[in-house]
Write a new protein. Structure first.
Length: 364
């Protein structure tokens, strides 16, 4: 693949110097920013993540800050999730949808105060959407992208590493909750969250100048824990069924089709409510499913159609060989007629047609 041409539009991050020194071998562009994709190899990185601890530059999870007297009113319009249930120290997964219930993004919201929220974005320009709604409604809110860059610490040794840098208070943080913890005279939001199922944290680093001091402190503290630089890993995340907006789901999909119906529980008149309520009542025609594809197919970089009896019954947008489970693990959007566990189909992969079986659940 051709190299990414450097420009001001494709931004480096506060941790780029550390990422480069760690020997990054590949990048993608996510929210106009560099996101590492591989260090040693995808397979090696996955195995290491499952055993040790990694530090991830996920600055590309850009923040949209919504602050002001009407912040909660705007949040209730953007997402079908019931925002009134959100605790003061909580992080919320909040699908954002259009007027037809189509997914626009699936950010994590951090409640900083009753009138201040951050939206930690998947790949997409949700800031403009929020700004447009606020302007059209005349809401009293300030919407900006703050100088906040998340840094992930993921893996089974994450608690030990984080305790050495932030103190034992990190061990008490519950899943999808956060604490404000001190580091070198600063105070950062530290959440128990991250895009892996190996456990870990995301540190919301405020101020670009604080990026490398924190990066270096984590590596200095974790040498005996076999700490390495890492990144969201395609093998581990597909095994775990962690969905990627833009790949596994897009605007043509609703949260219900993506298995996110439990987050469509708001009593408010949010954007897209009538469409989602109708689908909740009648059920979707297709849904996300785990799919095992026979043999090594290579990594899926485009949509692979799924067939049964000569008719397309779905598609796969994420697939990769799993050394641990000895199959090609995949995430499919499968029609109702063929989404039951055990259903056998065929997927047209980049290496030809392969037998595929719908699974009862993901591998993790």
């Amino acid at each position: 693949m051709a190299e990414i041409f450097p420009s001001r539009r494709v931004r480096k991050t506060p941790f780029s110097a550390g990422v480069e020194a760690a020997g990054v071998k590949g990048y993608t562009v996510y929210n106009h920013m560099l996101l590492p994709t591989v260090f040693e190899s995808v397979e090696f990185d996955a195995a290491h993540l499952k055993q040790h601890v990694q530090v991830w530059d996920v600055s590309c999870e850009r923040q949209v800050s919504i602050k002001g007297p009407d912040a909660l009113r705007l949040m209730k319009l953007i997402s079908p999730r019931d925002m009134d249930r959100m605790a003061d120290d909580q992080c919320y997964y909040v699908p954002a949808v259009d007027q037809n219930g189509g997914m626009l993004n699936d950010p994590v919201s951090i409640k900083l105060a009753t009138d201040h929220y951050w939206l930690s974005l998947a790949d997409g320009d949700l800031l403009q959407f929020a700004l447009g709604i606020a302007i059209s409604k005349g809401f009293d809110v300030d919407i900006v992208e703050p100088d906040v860059s998340p840094l992930g610490v993921q893996g089974p040794k994450a608690d030990d590493l984080m305790a050495r840098v932030f103190g034992d208070a990190v061990r008490d943080i519950r899943f999808f909750r956060y604490k404000r913890l001190a580091f070198q005279g600063q105070e950062f939001v530290v959440a128990r969250s991250g895009w892996s199922k190996q456990g870990g944290f995301e540190i919301y680093v405020e101020g670009t100048e604080n990026g490398m001091p924190l990066w270096d402190a984590l590596f200095d503290a974790g040498q005996d824990l076999n700490v390495r630089a890492g990144c969201p890993n395609q093998v581990e995340r597909v095994e775990s069924g962690l969905l990627s907006y833009g790949s596994d789901m897009r605007r043509e999909n609703t949260p219900i089709e993506c298995g996110l119906g439990k987050f469509c529980n708001s009593p408010e008149n949010y954007i897209g409510k009538s469409a989602l309520e109708a689908q909740l009542r009648d059920g979707p025609d297709r849904m996300i499913r785990a799919v095992a594809i026979e043999g090594e197919t290579g990594m899926c970089s485009d949509v692979w159609p799924m067939f049964a009896d000569g008719k397309q019954v779905g598609q796969v947008a994420s697939a990769i060989w799993s050394p641990e489970f000895q199959t090609t693990v995949a995430i499919g959007m499968v029609d109702r007629t063929h989404w039951d566990a055990g259903t056998v189909t065929e997927v047209e992969t980049s290496n030809g047609m392969r037998r595929a079986t719908v699974q009862k659940s993901f591998w993790r």
